[in-house]
Design a protein around this ligand. Structure first.
Ligand code: ADP
Ligand code: MG
Length: 565
């Protein structure tokens, strides 16, 4: 039976589509990049599946992408003979936006009334397939999943609903046909039915795509005879295999957008090649903003593994540690089996060596950024600092390097975070330790009585407000031979020997005077505290609660309690 269903787009999808239909994104050309990118992914998947499953009944002899134009109908079709989609896939993948963070994005867009800001947001988010509605008022997708009999047709005008239907006799793979908006026909800039326009867009955005992107062009000679000519529009050169000095930054940027599904340029590009016993090429990118799912459990890592130009897997956790999960890119290793599994990769010594080199390279790139491009480093730190600090705990081998590149807020300057090195350089004569305080917010820390004596002394205190801060300061313990000392723990001894000698008699007297009060308080508060003692740390507050030197800090206590321990 031919099941025809009219389904509603998910509410969030509908809102995004609204934005697309009314084209808030000024660079409409990129719809073609998105379609080609999807087609290329589908071809990668098919090739891989056919390599792994030898029984799969599919034709992989001429994998390619075709662009077809019908000038009369004003349609543009992008076709691939890749993996295709089942009917369920279509409803799941095309009818809904699975991307985490969609709701937050829409909320932000609603809040910012300003069009440029919305444009920026959508640019950061990327909308893939839906970008077709910037240039088309009707889109038809036809697809047949490799190895399956029946196909599916999907159609929508990008308003509230779409129609899915079973269809017979479709070739394997996917075709997407756009009915171009008539109003664009008048403007040469947006004439997506024009050959030169398509050629230009493909060259600019998709030249590196590893599959041929073909277009059939028609020429009519003076006698009226038409001849057809099939041309390949892209050079198909794997960017990572080319010499660094032969690749333009613009090409790197487009490649980054293809693999990351991001719409903005990367912050840093790292291109490296290793020769010798284990040959590989790596092309890595540090994005210029954090993904929405950076701190979500199922968040993905961004490095793809290729073996001699063949795509093997996305999200290759063996190549990048968790704390650098935001790094995107490609590693092409020459001497691995195409069938390699994730489990085997994790154990592979060569891969472990590659990973060590990649991590070192990423961290040293950040260090260079810090030294030479302060503004870029700042962006990096704002976006990824919280994740990078996890490395202080996870990655013992690179602790030194990590300690060099981290920044933390401090009482020195409310607007400018400091490196540990800069803190040490500002330390006062006679200051032995690096002081810090952890807490939920800067305001809470600054108003805390614990900090009073330090402020009075003019000592700088690091203001640590991320939950991970608790963990690394404990584990690291010291920097540059100076111990990291919490202002909220144990006995603080801020006075020098001379000062102590001066105040000694007075202190003895105070101890005597206050002895009855202290023992009375200790008795009264026996359930709540271990001891009540006279303190020299306060200047204006009458009392404060401190932890024992070996106790957990309040935030850590809360964290453990939240984890049910
Ligand atoms: P993204 O590519 O970022 O996942 P898209 O909106 O571009 O988002 O595509 C959504 C999903 O639809 C893809 O992840 C893929 O699973 C599926 N898809 C899109 N185009 C194709 C295609 N040509 N062949 C097979 N699957 C496709
Ligand atoms: Mg896509």
């Amino acid at each position: 039976s031919n099941r025809v269903e009219t389904l509603e787009f998910q509410a969030e999808t509908r809102q995004l589509l609204q934005l697309m239909v009314h084209s808030i994104y000024s660079n409409k050309d990129i719809f073609l990049r998105e379609l080609i990118s999807n087609a290329s992914d589908a071809l990668d998947k098919l090739r891989l599946e056919s390599l792994i499953d030898k029984d799969l009944q599919v034709d992989t002899s001429d994998l390619h992408i075709a662009i077809e134009v019908d000038k009369e109908e004003r349609t543009l079709t992008v076709r691939d003979n890749g993996i295709g989609m089942s009917r369920d896939d279509v409803v799941r993948l095309i009818g809904t936006i699975a991307k985490s963070g969609t709701a937050e994005l829409l909320q932000k867009m609603k809040e910012s009334k300003d069009a440029a800001a919305s444009q920026e947001l959508i640019g950061q988010f990327g909308v893939g397939f839906y970008s077709t509605f910037m240039v088309a008022d009707r889109v038809i997708l036809r697809t047949r999943r490799a190895g399956e009999e029946g196909g599916t047709r999907w159609e929508s005008t990008g308003e509230g609903t779409y129609v899915v239907e079973d269809v017979e006799d479709l070739p394997q793979g996917t075709s997407v046909t756009l009915y171009l908006k008539p109003e664009d026909a008048e403007d040469q800039l947006f004439d997506y039915a024009a050959e030169w326009k398509i050629r230009e867009i493909v060259k600019r955005y998709s030249d590196f795509i590893a599959w041929p992107i073909r277009m059939t062009t028609e020429r009519t000679d003076e006698a009226g005879a038409t001849t057809q000519d099939v041309q390949t529009l892209n050079s198909m050169k794997a960017l990572w295999a080319r010499a660094r000095n032969e690749v333009e930054q613009a090409e790197y940027n487009e490649f980054y957008k293809h693999i990351s599904h991001d719409w903005s340029d990367p912050l840093e590009t790292i291109h490296m090649k290793a020769e010798g016993t284990f040959e590989y090429e790596a092309l890595l990118f540090v994005p210029n903003h954090a993904p929405f799912d950076l701190f979500m459990r199922e968040g993905k890592r961004g490095v793809q593994l290729y073996v001699k130009r063949v795509f093997i897997m996305d999200d290759c956790e063996a190549l990048m540690p968790n704390y650098l999960r935001f790094v995107k890119g490609v590693v092409d290793a020459h001497d691995l089996s195409l069938n390699i599994s994730r489990e085997i990769l994790q154990q592979d010594r060569q891969i472990q060596a590659v990973r060590r080199r990649l991590v070192k390279k990423v961290l040293s790139t950040v260090k260079e950024m810090q030294a030479e491009h302060a503004d870029r480093y700042r962006t990096f730190w704002t976006e990824f600092g919280r994740a990078v600090k996890e490395g202080l705990v996870e990655d013992v081998d690179n602790r030194e390097l990590l300690l060099d590149i981290i920044s933390v807020a401090s009482t020195h300057d409310a607007n400018e975070p400091t490196t540990l090195r800069q803190y040490v350089e500002r330390m006062k004569d006679g200051q032995k330790d690096i002081y810090y305080m952890t807490g939920e917010s800067r305001a809470m820390i600054e108003n805390s009585p614990h900090i009073e004596a330090f402020r009075a002394k003019g000592y700088e205190v690091l203001v640590l407000t991320d939950p991970i801060d608790e963990v690394w300061v404990e584990q690291i313990g010291a920097f540059d031979g100076k111990s990291l000392q919490s202002v909220a723990k144990g006995q603080v001894d801020l006075d020098s020997e001379d000062e102590k000698a001066d105040t000694e008699p007075e202190r003895e007297q105070q101890k005597k005077d206050f002895a009855p009060l202290l023992s009375w308080l200790t008795e009264k508060l026996t359930e709540q505290v271990k001891e009540v003692r006279l303190s020299s740390r306060l200047t204006t507050s009458p009392a404060c609660i401190v932890g024992d030197a070996h106790d957990m800090t309040p935030t850590l206590e809360k964290m453990y309690r939240a984890m049910g321990q």
